[in-house]
Design a protein around this ligand. Structure first.
Ligand SMILES: Nc1ncnc2c1ncn2[C@@H]1O[C@H](COP(=O)(O)OP(=O)(O)O)[C@@H](O)[C@H]1O
Ligand SMILES: [Mg+2]
Length: 296
């Protein structure tokens, strides 16, 4: 079942000097239910912009973007999101933060439904070991605890897709590893569909079932001076089975990280669009005749 579909998406921002600045350049992507995709790329390549389009906080300059075959509209509970920081309301407790979404949809007189939502919130918060902190405020929690609340806040409305923008970027290494393992557990248990943005290559290669690399470092047949936006230069499957953190110590893992660094992060290494590693079975791309003139 297809959850998310990008078809020929371009996104540019206007500039003061007239010529628009192209960020996303002919993006094609299909994500199916249950996939756990990690997305990595150089700073400023357009990762957050891509998430904003999915959230409906910004609109593509051209192309079609659908969630379960419906064009994306304003932000709603079909998409959940967790940011690096500030996903929580500072003046609400853990439980109140998590219940904001469900209570918004259930009128106050439907007492039983509200009680069910509350029971479910407590069940989820227990799953991430926060059952003793239900009545605390965000400032009373550690960074890792705050991010666990943010994840549950995003999960409780059962979004079609969970978007995460560098959610563990502000955590210390030990907490980060704990959160990675926890996220894999939640993904399995609740059969989530996840798009996880990170700038950490190890994290991108470790988590998930599919690795996407977005980069402006590539070439095509549009000429040396053409101002290209970012494209997926890698879209490949990762391990099928959920993994233990031991995999990070293997030589194979180190090789994968190095090859991704080379393919996506090296401004001097410009692969041609026809040479990208798009080996994931759901990967596809629609090169036009300017981008690839050898096909004509
Ligand atoms: N609202 C905006 N107006 C103009 N330029 C923007 C806007 N948002 C992002 N950009 C530019 O688009 C590019 C991609 O930004 P972003 O998606 O935040 O990158 P990333 O998340 O990969 O670091 C950057 O060059 C950024 O300056
Ligand atoms: Mg960003």
């Amino acid at each position: 079942m297809e959850t998310l579909h990008f078809n020929d998406i371009y996104k540019s921002y206007p500039t003061k000097h007239g010529e628009p600045f192209l960020v996303l350049d002919n993006i094609d992507l299909t994500i199916h239910k249950g996939e756990f995709c990690t997305l990595v790329g150089p700073s400023g390549c357009g990762k957050s912009t891509l998430l904003k389009l999915i959230l409906g906080q910004d609109f593509a300059t051209s192309g079609q973007l659908t969630i379960k075959s419906t064009p994306v509209g304003h932000p709603d509970s079909t998409r959940g999101v967790v940011y690096q920081k500030y996903s929580l309301y500072p003046n609400k407790t853990v439980l109140q933060n998590v219940l904001m979404g469900p209570y918004f949809k259930i009128p106050f007189w439907k007492k039983q439904e509200r009680q069910n939502a509350k029971d479910y919130a407590i069940e989820l918060l227990t799953k991430v070991k926060l059952e003793k902190h239900l009545n605390k405020y965000p400032h009373e929690l550690s960074g890792g605890m705050q991010q666990r609340v943010a994840i549950i806040q995003a999960l409780i409305t059962q979004p079609e897709i969970l978007l995460m923008d560098e959610p563990f970027g502000a955590l210390d290494p030990g907490t980060r590893e704990f959160m990675q393992t926890l996220l894999i557990e939640l993904w399995e248990k609740y059969q989530l569909t996840i798009l996880f943005v990170t700038h950490d290559l190890e994290e991108a290669c470790f988590l998930g079932t599919r690795l996407l690399v977005l980069s402006q470092y590539y070439t095509d047949d549009r000429g040396a001076d053409f101002q290209r936006g970012a494209k997926f230069v890698v879209d490949r499957p990762l391990h099928k089975e959920p993994t233990s953190t031991h995999i990070k110590e293997t030589a194979e893992f180190a090789e994968l990280v190095e090859s991704i660094r080379h393919q996506g992060f090296n401004p001097a290494h410009l692969q041609h669009v026809t040479e990208f590693d798009l080996s994931h079975p759901q990967s596809w791309s629609t090169l036009n005749s300017q981008e690839n003139n050898s096909s004509h």
